[in-house]
Design a protein around this ligand. Structure first.
Ligand code: HEC
Length: 142
């Protein structure tokens, strides 16, 4: 009888642990991912990132790109980039052009500049969400 009781208690405890494990897994699967990625991709997050002097340990976008028309720093002015992005490379819609310009800068090199000037390694430190936010922000620069 005593043996049975111990056995029952053990089974009860095991099933409780299993239950709470299940609950935990569900929370980690459901909660953080969709909500955090949805809320972290935005033009305003992109704007903040664009204006950071450093991204990780590298110079940020604003160090090389002015937002004033015609002002060349290390790179071209990005004034109006949202408007011309869709017509710069044939067959590339604005979003795709901008994403490439950030993560594969040497695929298309802006007129008057040469390959290798925009650091390709920036892509290595940007998360997907950050790159998406930058694209959204650049699209607002009409
Ligand atoms: C060290 C300087 C430097 C930094 C930092 C830099 N860029 Fe650039 N960028 C350039 C240069 C130079 C070019 C032109 C050559 C080319 O197209 O690769 C360029 C080109 C571009 C273009 C294409 C512009 C056009 O008119 O065709 C975009 C868009 C762009 N950069 C966005 C960014 C963003 C967003 C960041 C930050 C994540 C950034 N750049 C960081 C130097 C830089």
């Amino acid at each position: 009888m005593r043996y049975l009781l111990v056995l029952l208690t053990t089974i009860l405890m095991l099933s409780l642990t299993a239950c709470s494990d299940e609950v935990n897994t569900n929370t980690t699967n459901d909660t953080p991912l969709p909500s955090s990625s949805a809320s972290s991709v935005s033009a305003s997050a992109g704007k903040a990132l664009f204006n950071q002097k450093l991204i990780d340990i590298q110079p940020g976008c604003i160090t090389c790109h002015s937002l004033e028309k015609g002002v060349k720093l290390v790179g071209p002015s990005l004034a109006g980039i949202g408007k011309r992005a869709g017509t710069t490379v044939e067959g590339q819609p604005a979003e795709e052009f901008l994403r490439n310009a950030i993560i594969k800068p040497d695929d298309y090199v802006s007129e008057g500049f040469s390959a290798g000037q925009m650091p390709e390694r920036i892509a290595n430190v940007l998360t997907q969400e950050q790159a998406d936010s930058l694209v959204l922000y650049l699209l607002t620069l009409q």
